[in-house]
Design a protein. Sequence first.
Lengths: 291, 264, 317
Amino acid sequence: MSAQFLQFLLAGLTIGAIYALVALGFSIIYNASQVINFAQGEFVMIGGMTTVSLTAIGWPLPFAMVAAVLVATLVGFALEKFAVEPARGASVVTLIIITIGASILLRGLATLVWDKNFHPLKAFSGEAPLQIGGATLVPQSLWVMGITLVVVLLLTWFFGRTLLGKALLATSHNRLAAQLVGINVRHVLLASFGLSAALGAVAGILIAPITFTSWDVGVMLGLKGFAAAILGGLGSGPGAVLGGVALGVIEAMGAGYLSSAYKDVIAFVIILAVLFFLPSGLLGKRSTDRV
Amino acid sequence: MSLLRVERLGKEFGGVRAVADLDFAIPGGTVFSIIGPNGAGKTTLLNLLTGVYVPSTGRIVLEERDLTGRAPYEFAACGIARTFQNLQLFFNMSALDNVMVGRYLHEHCSLPAALLRLPSLARAERAARAECEELMRFVGLAPYVAASSDAMPYGALKRLEIARALATRPRLLLLDEPAAGLNPTETLEIDALISKLAKSGMTVVLVEHNMRLVMGVSDHILVLDYGRQLAEGTAETVRRDPKVIEAYLGTGAAGDTAAAPGAR
Amino acid sequence: MLAHLVPRRSRGLAALALTVLALPLVLLNNYYYEVAILVGLNAIVCVGLNLLIGYAGQISLGHAGFFGLGAYASAILTARYGWPPLTAMLAATAGVAALAWLIGRPILRLRGHYLAMATLGMGIIISIVIATEDRLTGGPDGMSVPPLTLFGFALAGERLWYWVVGGALLVAVWLALNLVDSPHGRALRALHGSEIGAEVAGIDSASHKLRVFVISAVYAAIAGSLAAHYAGFITPAKVTFFHSIELVTMVVFGGMASTFGAVVGAAVLTTLPQALTVFKEYEMVVFGAVMMLTMIFMPNGLVPTLAARFTSRRPAP
């Protein structure tokens, strides 16, 4: 395996892990509420920016990270309660505009709370690049991939073994039946938004040392995370992870071997291809409509 | 002379055979009913006969014209119209507009004529309006000619869908449970409408659970069970068929219990 | 009264024409004219987009792409190849129509979120290509555009362009109203109401969706060409995802399935940011809040909600 190929692969896996986390957020919310949360990327932004601010005023990194995730989770609850809940039953277009409006609102607030500049975050364990098989890797990339793996395992445990996780799954399969067995669907909705926000925030914190963070870092990440969720199959957890990693790797390969100027185009062309030829994504359910 | 012929028709959904090996012919100018228990494949069959589903096997032939695999609007253009069990009306439009949509096939309006609102279009629109109002009166919706579709009672909506289907000037009209959800009075009205349509020479295919309605109005009956053809024939033949009685009718619906051989 | 001289179906158009004629009375200086022209251009795009979103019930999050293609094609053909502006505009529009026709077929087989994502992807691809091919387009810095010439006479200046855009808007609205009132318009509304119901009634829904998609792309492209010639300059900022969202918001805010709603929506949401520059830093916060609140409390849009409030429910004529 050539060193260059390995280089691109590792870069792709790193950013792919971030896309996977964002895509998971989309899928969890979509499963619980049938809403595509276009403000998902702002959770990423909030995670990174809050951590930067808190470390800048002297908080130790671990405390800053936990606080940032908590802030994002609260924003997630607020989004569900004030934007999605009041618009229950609205059309797809309406809901899309509401969450996009929320995303604009959050970005506007970000410029007020912070500013419009780029901010770096200190890498978790230093900047000295590592050499792996001829390819160069910053240690932060290992943190990104490692923590994402841990998060995915935690989520698998959560959905498979905890009551709340199973309640989330049940609601996504059949809301009425879930209500009938005593699941509080309102709480499930709040929990899913909170969980997605937390995932987004974690992604934002992980990637901030590598790509820096700013008030509008969430826009592209959100769109690509959404694309990754569709690639893997909207609503499928494993699909979100697979889609995210696949998108990251394809993008890195494309940027490396074809054209880095058109890196973002590659991602969206892939998405269009998936939508045209395999709309339910790699792992999604293929369904037919009953008439 | 058969208007519509179905040959070895089958439809599979991911391994589940919704209907299989259906083989029958519908003569023109008759009332042909399809009955069977829930899940027998009646609506699937209707969907196949209108192009909503593409058959997995077999053919659908309308008067020597093979329609298999065509899109629903092509079935409509060839003269097959239908109503739905769960109404598929346009609640964002007025009642009259709903019917006028059915007339689209016969309107031949070019895009430039539409954009520029040429005088020929205005004249054509007036004629269309008049024809559709007449159709609404024909199905008994005279009081609703100026109404909005979302302000009409359920029974009227079922008839509105029939009016829309008639506006396509079909040769074959498929009605999917037209009496479902109607009270006895409304059911009698639908019964009368179906008879009126049959008398006017329309070929009607009826999917229904209401046995009194079916037995009263049908010339031929096809019985489906688990997606397969169980029996076919006149009302008399079918109601006495032991397989049909066992699968669907039960001794009560067979009329005189003494006349049903092998009845329990 | 005067109103009875105008046939019922033309009343809205007459009112709009009167507004266009009378508005200069309150336009105090060039800046106001500029805003009015901007409103007109956005309104043209929105009227076309409303046919797609409001009447046909589809969605596009990428229409800024068509706007941008119209603008840049006009710009490139006139600035770099010396084509006469009107010919260039015609060619640009034809090109966009062809592209919309080609890409519309596969895209419109999708529904809901998938359609949203596909149009979004399309719009972003267009915007990135425009921003990257800088030898042709001037890249992120944009390029200058020669003025529009009519019979050798160059159209320049706010006042002149006000009448050009006002006239174009009236034509755009008139065509849209005619389309909606025709069998084609009924077919569109039918496939919005129930696609399967429309299909079995004989409506080829795929071809109708494609047709309205192309028409809305043409509206956007023409507005783009006009915008490029008016400003004398074009940058990729007008081709972004954000601009696509602005357009959709204008349509939904003003009222779906309402041509005049689209005009009102464009008017309100174009002037709002101008008014908000007073609150410079709060502009995004307020805009986002407006989007959310309107959709939550007036999901049908401004014009239909007001119309329902002020008129009693009457059966359709």
